[in-house]
Design a protein around this ligand. Structure first.
Ligand SMILES: *Cc1c(COP(=O)(O)O)cnc(C)c1O
Length: 490
């Protein structure tokens, strides 16, 4: 809603030419006529003026000659949803907002009211630009350079790990992690089932054999109970995994005390897929710092972004050094090109690292914004038959996405209904992940459920992710809330 509406206000004894100036200057094609006490009289469009001029054939008249009309208005507490309905009903693009005394206090504009609200969009801060321009000024456009070195050091400090190596994607970081841990053809790798496909794909790249582990109800992340059962079974078969990949979903850490205790018993390294959980903590420790190796993503939809990129982190500096070596074609330090192993072209560019340095400085404020969005959803939708993703005592979630599940015992509304309805209202919502053990790609792979229930299956059947971008406006948040309410009211 536009609130600085002084520029739209005209008075009965204003000359028509002045009103035309006002309409021109405000750039909305509309003026608001008030009486001597400042009460709303009507809206004035250039069409109204055109008709008045054709009738009067003179510019030398006041706008009071226009007379009154039944202009459509709304109250301050009208929801964005109601405003949109009014606009559609009367085929108009502007609705003045009046207070109780009928003074105009705002103006709704369709362009704003109707704009598509995306699930999670990039949110650039003030200084990314400077770091990027620096790269241009110094001609450090090539991959590697001072921004990459600085971004690695700054991220390692933020997360509280010994070292970090920047990559061109989160997937590349996860792939390097498997290579570093020596995963190769035929090796078993355990992996969270309830996650994005990129967590599991690198197992295939290495010719490994994925075994999928269910979620626990407490954090929605890897179930220590299922993990332990799977490890005992693997032990019996002599197929102890080379690594366990644990994904931290939707901005929240898994329960590492329990997971690490189990993995340590068999001396299995843990890869922490923290692509969605940068900025979160587990028992005060930063997400990504808990496993043997951590991986982050700076893809466009993540909490901070370099438009595309990732980072591999570890307290074992040797592993990170090796990651740097492998990600730059595994070139031996020789005066000519000598290679002993097949490397990759996985390094981040110096230009993009500049964006990352700026983004890192606003990360904590992005976490605050996302958590506030979640709190608003939870408060305003508290009457609905839905359950929000829980946040265990030991976790501080970033609420990267605000996610709920529908309670199928008390409502017929399905995630599919919700997402379709929101889509018709220009709001992007998404289903939760289809678990890996149900992906056609992984048909036939082993899967261990939490107990006699499969938690990840149930989360998929009932889960909905709502728009959660840190740059959402209050009006947009209101629009999502009203739309979700409307589905359950039907
Ligand atoms: C985004 C994401 C990745 C992959 O990161 P990219 O930078 O897009 O390659 C991996 N795992 C999870 C859980 C993700 O959400």
């Amino acid at each position: 809603m536009i609130t600085d509406i002084e520029k739209f206000i005209v008075h009965p004894d204003d000359q028509v030419s002045d009103v035309l100036d006002c309409i021109n200057a405000s750039a909305e094609g509309i003026a608001i006529l008030v009486d001597s006490e400042g009460h709303f009289v009507r809206t004035v469009t250039d069409g109204d003026i055109r008709r008045l001029l054709l009738r009067e054939r003179s510019l030398d008249i006041t706008i009071s000659s226009l007379g009154t009309s039944d202009s459509v208005t709304c109250q301050v507490d009208a929801t964005v949803q109601q405003v949109l309905e009014i606009m559609d009903q009367y085929q108009i693009d502007h609705v003045p907002v009046l207070d109780k005394e009928l003074h105009p206090v705002g103006l709704h504009v369709r362009r704003e009211v109707d704009r598509v609200i995306f699930l999670s969009t990039p949110h650039i801060g003030d200084i990314e630009h400077e770091f990027v321009m620096e790269a241009f000024a110094d001609n450090w456009i090539a991959p590697l350079g001072p921004n990459v070195d600085a971004f690695e050091r700054e991220l390692a400090d933020y997360v509280g790990v010994a070292d970090a190596a920047a990559t061109n994607s989160g997937t590349a970081a996860l792939h390097l992690a498997l290579v570093l841990l020596g995963v190769s053809t035929g090796d078993t790798v355990f992996c969270s089932s309830f996650t994005f496909i990129a967590t599991a794909n690198p197992i295939i790249y290495q010719g490994g054999r994925p075994v999928f582990i269910d979620s626990e109800p407490e954090s929605w992340n890897m179930s220590p109970v299922a993990l332990e059962r799977a490890l005992h079974a693997a032990d019996r078969e002599g197929k102890i995994p080379k690594a366990v990949i644990v994904a931290n979903i939707y901005g929240q850490s898994a329960d590492y005390d329990r997971i690490l205790a189990i993995c340590n018993e068999w001396s299995i390294p843990v890869i922490e897929d923290a692509a969605e959980s940068l900025g979160a903590t587990y028992k005060g420790k930063k997400s990504g710092s808990l496993g043997t190796i951590g991986a982050f993503s700076f893809n466009g939809n993540k909490i901070i972004t370099t438009s595309g990129g990732g980072m591999i982190v570890s307290n074992n500096e040797k592993l990170v050094q090796r990651a740097r070596f492998l990600s730059t074609q595994a070139s031996e330090p020789k005066p000519y090109y000598e290679h002993h192993v097949a490397g990759y072209n996985y390094r981040m560019s110096n230009v993009l690292a500049g964006i990352g340095r700026g983004q890192l400085r606003v990360l904590d404020s992005r976490v605050d914004s996302r958590r506030k969005i979640f709190d608003t959803y939870r408060r305003d939708l508290s009457d609905l038959p839905i359950k929000w993703m829980p946040e265990p005592e030991s976790c501080y979630s970033t609420r990267w996405l605000s996610v709920f599940t529908t309670e199928s015992e008390s409502t017929d509304v399905t995630p599919e209904n919700i997402i379709k309805f929101l889509q018709r209202n220009n709001i992007e919502a998404r289903r939760t992940w289809l678990p890996m053990h149900r992906q056609p790609l992984f048909k036939g792979c082993e899967y261990y459920s939490h107990d006699d229930r499969s938690i990840s299956d149930s989360l998929f059947e009932h889960g909905v992710c709502l728009p959660s971008g840190s740059n959402m406006t209050a009006d947009q948040l209101d629009r999502v809330i009203e739309s979700v309410k409307a589905i359950f009211d039907k």
